[in-house]
Design a protein around this ligand. Structure first.
Ligand code: NAP
Ligand code: MG
Length: 498
């Protein structure tokens, strides 16, 4: 699938954009019960894109009721897996047809470069749904070795009503990572997209309905997380909530579950990810990966390698190559396909990032690139790509997730120190390791406490590999791969005495 990135094609597609702004429940768009709305703002210029339905607990309750009724009806949950696959493959086909539109919705809503949306987010999102659709009729169940007098079947069943709470940094892609396996497994869904980025979720739900997904299987209720989150997560008739977002909200979700029906909670949370560069690394290979790791999606990425832990003997040479490489990352209008860096999601988040930059200066970090807000005249929330050298592990920017384009370079004097510093964090989502020594590559990849360790590259793996965190980066589950499919199912034993 190729999206045409000619500026003229982009402009023509922008001119045709129509926004779905109402809640999508039971296969239909409808305003929130209260009729209230909120503005979705374009982070690149501060202008209002559209007024979105501001749902309230009443709307969540209605969506859960419909999702439950649909689930119990069996129209999707008991459909033959091969037939579920057919519907999902049709969904994939229609998503491909509308890929440019969805790419634009995410670009405009989240300030993401259209280049990224068109070449990474949307193709990956569609591929994810495709991959899980194909899996739907390829999983076998088991019998146990219980002896000749019994047939004991170990089967997997869909969980029921699954809530999903999504972040704003990869809106369509994070939705796909969750709906792909959850739909393939036969669940009914109530989705709460991030308040800033609901447009692609609403359009994707509409496209799924066009593809033949029965009404009530996929419901989307936009609105504030502080209002809808507790309603969904405390609901006694929701079986599971899958969440991607901050660690602090993740903690709240566990509490809501504990205080209600002990629903399953799956948490994909933040990271303070290390990029470890040993003295023997191929620095020409490291530099482009390191820049991508630090600055892809403006650093608004849970797997962003925001700590460059590098052997002192090669640090200056790497830094020079790194900074040269950043020149290939122009900042500006996300709809210009030449740009690789867009604005941050909203003014308050931009201010948080700028505050981290000030704190880093005060604590003795050496600013070697960027450090300021830029392109103010656009009205957008742009911050320069920023690098601090001579950071020590105790400084604030070495510890806290910034979720912006700010890299901390931490020099070290030995391999052992590098690994110790890499692991000196409460998080454990992703890491990269650069060395030419194959024994060190294996040994240290195992020593780093993170859900994904990529060697001589920055990578989150592909659809066949699970993604999720250790420590405070995650809890209970994984996105992608057949492991993701499993977590949207319940394991049952059927013991049949002969
Ligand atoms: P966030 O503030 O935690 O928001 C995530 C979602 O939770 C949003 O839909 C939000 O709604 C909702 N929410 C807010 N308060 C809630 C509550 N009390 N109960 C239930 N839901 C609530 O995080 P974010 O700022 O959107 O995203 C940034 C964070 O996500 C970073 O920490 C990042 O590392 C993490 N992240 C992790 C992964 C991963 O795969 N591990 C991927 C991407 C991002 P509103 O939009 O209405 O506030
Ligand atoms: Mg927005």
């Amino acid at each position: 699938m190729n999206i045409n990135l000619e500026p003229k094609a982009i402009q023509a597609a922008v001119a045709k954009l129509k926004f779905r702004t109402k809640a999508f429940v039971d296969g239909k768009f409808a305003p929130s019960a209260s009729g209230k709305t909120y503005a979705s703002i374009n982070p690149a210029n501060g202008r209002v894109i559209a007024q979105i339905a501001a749902c309230e607990p009443e709307d969540v309750n209605r969506a859960v009721k419909i999702a439950r009724k649909t689930f119990e009806s069996g129209v999707w949950s008991r459909m033959k897996p091969a037939d579920r696959k057919t519907v999902l493959l049709k969904f994939v086909e229609l998503l491909e047809k509308n890929a440019m539109e969805i790419a634009l919705l995410d670009s405009i809503d989240a300030g993401k470069p259209i280049f990224d949306c068109a070449t990474i987010d949307i193709p990956d999102a569609i591929h994810c749904i495709h991959w899980h659709a194909e899996l739907a009729d390829k999983l076998y169940e088991r019998t146990s070795p219980s002896g000749p007098d019994v047939v004991s079947m170990i089967v997997r069943e869909p969980l029921g009503v699954v809530g999903m709470i999504l972040p704003w940094n990869f809106p369509a892609q994070m939705m796909a990572w969750k709906i792909g396996p959850a739909l393939a497994a036969g669940n009914s869904l109530v989705i709460k997209p991030a308040k800033q980025t609901s447009l692609s979720a609403l359009r994707m739900a509409e496209i799924a309905a066009e593809a033949g997904l029965p009404a009530g299987v996929m419901n989307v209720v936009p609105g504030s997380g502080a209002v809808l989150g507790p309603a969904l997560c405390r609901h006694m008739d929701v079986d599971m909530v899958a969440f991607t977002g901050s660690t602090s909200v993740g903690r709240d979700l566990l509490r809501y579950s504990a205080e209600s029906n002990l629903k399953r909670i799956i948490l994909e949370l933040g990271g303070k990810n290390p990029q470890v560069v040993l003295a023997d690394a191929d620095l020409d290979n490291v530099a482009p990966h390191a820049v991508n790791s630090a600055f892809w999606n403006m650093g608004e990425n849970c797997s962003s390698g925001s700590r460059l832990i590098v052997h002192r003997s090669v640090k200056d040479e790497l830094l020079e190559k790194f900074i040269r490489e950043t020149r290939k990352w122009p900042i500006g209008d996300p709809l210009n396909p030449k740009n690789r860096v867009g604005p941050l999601i909203e003014p308050s988040h931009m201010q948080t990032v700028l505050n981290y930059i000030e704190t880093a200066k005060q604590e003795g970090g050496k600013l070697v690139l960027g450090g300021k807000r830029t392109l103010q005249k656009t009205g957008g929330n742009f911050v320069e790509l920023t690098v601090f050298d001579e950071v020590t592990p105790s400084m604030t920017i070495a510890k806290q997730e910034i979720f912006g384009p700010v890299l901390a370079v931490i020099p070290v004097d030995s391999d052992e120190e590098a690994i110790a510093v890499a692991n000196d964090t409460n998080y454990g989502l992703a890491a990269s390791l650069h060395t030419r020594d194959i024994a060190k590559a294996h040994r240290f990849a195992r020593a780093i406490r993170a859900g994904v360790v990529s060697v001589n590259s920055f990578s989150e793996g592909d659809l066949t590999t699970p993604f999720g965190g250790f420590k405070e980066s995650g809890f209970f589950g994984r996105d992608k791969s057949s492991y993701a499919h499993e977590q949207y199912t319940e394991l049952k034993t059927v013991w049949l005495q002969l």
